[in-house]
Design a protein around this ligand. Structure first.
Ligand code: ZN
Length: 468
């Protein structure tokens, strides 16, 4: 018998190939379907799409990360700049928010079919002075239960130096300025009518203690700096998200120079520099309130020039608006400009809002006249308390000698009133709205000059006496 060649039949080959092929297919299918299943369990990192688009501003792009998975939808928008370290920090914030959202959804045993969760990080880009940008990221999360919750994260970015600017830098790292700001924001929250029903005083106190990190959430928008708080941070409801808008005319004097707003129309006139003075010298600060007044103010300016005297004018806003050129003249001749309220009320009898209006309207009128705000404040009648002080961005200045010029209106009485009370480092109160004061001033300056006094501004006097 001829041994049969051990040869497989073509039919068997075909079957083998078919079996192998289907096995491979099964394995491929299994692997694919398994990874598909994993993806269904963990849709987070992979099922998203990040796009980067240019914004209207050079060097600033907008990143968008969205998930259309109906079980875990989200839409996240955030800025991308030319600073990698900054971008990394922003991304870390967004990623942390996303992870928290996904973790919370995962922790819910069974997602209620009726609840559509959402995570939205909205980005607003607000330019300031051409090259600064406030990035306001509003994170609104809903995972079922009560209301949506909004939290705000901001970044203030210098697009020329390509770096973030912190609240501390904004305030020139000045602790006094921080106290001033904290006081304003605290007061505003506590007296905000919209928040009254839900405000939690203890939380406000904690959130506004004067620490720079408490004021990191800010944006400069229009004529104010806005400070943000999260829902439930200082209130018991999410009905209205607390924002405190601090007017620039309040905050401008306490900002580091780079962030101050200037009025270019009067840029060439500068406030007189605070000079270095001899701690043992004889000095007097002359102050003139309630002006400006055409005629008497002009005469006073001429007498001051004659004695090379620098003085301080505490102006009423409702007069500044009519005589801006007189205010410019005062500044041009080297005198200091002070705010004396708008309409000369007793500030301690007013509400916080009314005090703010008196101070801020005047500040604005002065700024319109000379392109910069007042450097000092004097309350009408010297009536001041801590609440009033908290509304005033600059030092509050009173006086040590009252000439009562408003009462006697007699040029020849001005000098005796000064003589009988004169002391070194005196601050003398007069009013430039009275012609009698303008007429009697030469005699006063002649006397004080002969006595060896130099005439300085109240800021110089403050500096001199604080060194003692
Ligand atoms: Zn007055």
């Amino acid at each position: 018998m001829q041994p049969r060649k051990r040869r497989r039949k073509p039919m068997i080959d075909f079957i083998l190939i078919a079996v192998l092929a289907s096995l491979t297919a099964a394995i491929v299918f299994f692997v694919l379907s398994d990874s598909g299943k994993n993806q269904a369990n963990k849709p987070k990192e992979k099922a998203n799409h990040i796009s980067i688009e240019n914004s209207a501003f050079d060097g600033i792009s907008i990143a968008t990360d969205t998930s259309n998975n109906p079980k875990v939808p989200y839409a996240l928008h955030y800025p991308k700049t030319e600073n990698d370290a900054f971008n990394k920090e922003v991304r870390a914030y967004v990623t942390t928010a996303k992870k928290a959202y996904l973790a919370e959804l995962e922790s819910l045993d069974q997602q209620d079919e009726d609840i559509v969760p959402s995570l939205n990080i909205d980005l607003e880009t607000v330019p300031f002075k051409e090259h600064y940008f406030s990035f306001v990221l509003t994170n609104t999360t809903y995972t079922g239960g009560a209301d949506e919750k909004s939290m705000v994260k901001t970044y203030f970015y210098d697009n020329v130096n390509k770096q973030q600017v912190t609240a501390a830098e904004l305030l020139g790292n000045n602790k006094e300025y921080l106290n001033k700001l904290a006081e304003y924001v605290q007061n505003d929250l506590l007296t905000n009518e919209e928040l009254q029903a839900s405000i939690i005083t203890d939380n406000v106190m904690a959130a506004t203690t004067p620490k720079f990190e408490n004021f990191e959430r800010f944006a400069i928008r229009g004529d104010a700096i806005e400070f943000y708080f999260d829902d439930y941070e200082v209130t018991a409801s999410a009905a209205s998200t607390p924002v405190v808008a601090v007017p620039l005319n309040f905050i401008n004097p306490i900002l580091a120079e780079a962030y101050q707003v200037e009025n270019t129309s009067a840029k060439n006139i500068l406030s007189p520099p605070v000079r270095e003075l001899d701690p043992n010298g004889k000095y007097v600060a002359l102050t003139f309130d309630d002006g400006p007044e055409p005629g008497s103010t002009e005469k006073i300016l001429d007498v001051l020039d004659k004695y090379n005297a620098k003085a301080t004018f505490f102006l009423l806003g409702n007069r500044v608006q009519y005589y801006p050129e007189l205010v410019q003249e005062e500044l041009k001749r080297g005198h200091e400009i002070g705010n004396h309220s708008w309409s000369h009320p007793v500030l301690t009898n007013l509400s916080v809002a009314q005090v703010q209006q008196e101070v801020n309207r005047t500040e604005e009128a002065i700024r319109n006249a000379i392109g910069q705000g007042a450097t000092v404040f004097r309350p009408p009648y010297g009536a001041v308390n801590d609440t009033v002080k908290a509304q005033i961005p600059t030092p509050v200045i009173l006086w040590s000698i009252d000439t009562l010029d408003w009462k006697h209106r007699n040029a020849s009485q001005l000098l005796p009133m000064v003589q009988k009370a004169m002391h070194n480092h005196a601050t003398i109160l007069m009013h430039d709205i009275h012609q009698s004061t303008a007429d009697g001033l030469d005699g006063v300056l002649a006397y004080l000059s002969a006595e060896g006094y130099e005439f300085i501004t109240v800021s110089e006097m403050e500096k001199l006496t604080s060194q003692k």
